[in-house]
Design a protein around this ligand. Structure first.
Ligand code: ZN
Length: 313
């Protein structure tokens, strides 16, 4: 099997992380540098002279001009926390490095905190990541695919007709050299021209080139000023379709991440209500024979253990 060079990208090792952010002082310095790259600025009067207030759990700055006090963690996801910054930084490291996903329960064990605390840290960090990602639109070359998440319902319809699957658009933008840049996974009401036009206007930059399979609704990306390049897939396998290499890799990684983090996943809760669809509040376990991922190209079930990063079909 050919070696996937993407899997061998350098990352931040645990020893290097501990060297950089292993103490409260180093975490405070990193946060201070991130908040005020050009030095402290008072949020009230914009003055720069300050003095440090000692004896607090977290660094506190007092403006020498107006005497306004500013906590280092004020206005960040860590605002109000009593936990050391080292715990937050470790959580950021573990969540961002875990390619197979990380549950709040696993985070609890790693951080040595209670489950509610780990859950709160986990969700605050995920929300911060989601807020950041929401600012971006995809541009240049964009590979898109239609996909569904969710398990089959006992007695319900199978495959695409299943009542409790959440349809979503998966899209990845590529650089001019063909390297993946950004990913967007967006729940949609369905794969209609109207829904895709709406999605494209919100998520694609005009003049992008969109590569999709032959599903008719993707022609609606032209409503957002994009060029559409459909490819009729037919019976060809993913390895024969380089134009979908990265979107297939993204979907494979998504599947691995979800099954690595959760025994059950409430897609309705995460994706929100979708008009016109019958939804379940509790979903079957997203594992083994219950785990199903399909695309409108025709009910493709992934193997239970998909190697992360491999193209899937
Ligand atoms: Zn001030």
């Amino acid at each position: 099997m050919a070696m996937n060079r993407v899997q061998f990208q350098p990352g931040l090792s645990m020893p290097e992380f501990i060297k950089r952010y292993g103490t409260e002082v180093s975490c405070e310095a990193a946060l201070e540098q991130a908040r005020w790259p050009a030095g402290f600025r008072c949020p009230r009067c914009n003055g720069s002279p300050y003095s440090r207030v000692h004896g607090r759990a977290h660094a506190l700055f007092q403006c020498q001009t107006c005497r306004h006090q500013t906590s280092l963690i004020a206005g960040t996801v860590m605002q109000g926390t009593k936990l050391p910054l080292t715990v937050w930084f470790l959580a950021i490291y573990l969540i961002s490095q875990a390619k197979t996903g990380l549950s709040s329960l696993a985070l609890k064990r790693h951080l040595g905190v209670s489950y509610p605390t780990a859950w709160l840290i986990h969700h605050k960090l995920m929300q911060a990541m989601a807020d950041r990602e929401a600012r971006y639109v995809l541009d240049r070359q964009v590979q898109v695919d239609d996909a569904y998440l969710g398990g089959e319902r006992t007695g319900g319809k199978a495959g695409r007709g299943s009542e409790n699957k959440v349809p979503f658009v998966a899209a990845v933008s590529l650089s001019d050299e063909g390297h993946p840049l950004r990913v967007k996974l967006t729940p949609v009401a369905g794969f209609s021209l109207k829904a895709i036009a709406q999605w494209a206007k919100a998520n694609l930059a005009p003049a992008s080139t969109v590569f999709s399979d032959g599903l008719a609704c993707f022609a609606a990306v032209t409503a957002a000023g994009c060029t559409h390049q459909p490819t009729v897939v037919g019976a060809r396998k993913p390895k024969d379709l380089p134009e979908f290499k990265w979107i297939n890799t993204v979907l494979g990684n998504l599947k691995t991440s979800l099954s690595g983090s959760y025994h059950a996943f409430d897609f309705q809760k995460v994706c929100g209500p979708i008009p016109g669809r019958v939804r379940l509040s509790i979903q079957p376990p997203l594992q083994s024979e219950h785990a199903e991922y399909t695309t409108a190209r025709g009910c493709r079930r992934l193997p239970a253990k998909t190697p992360a990063g491999d193209s899937v079909g």
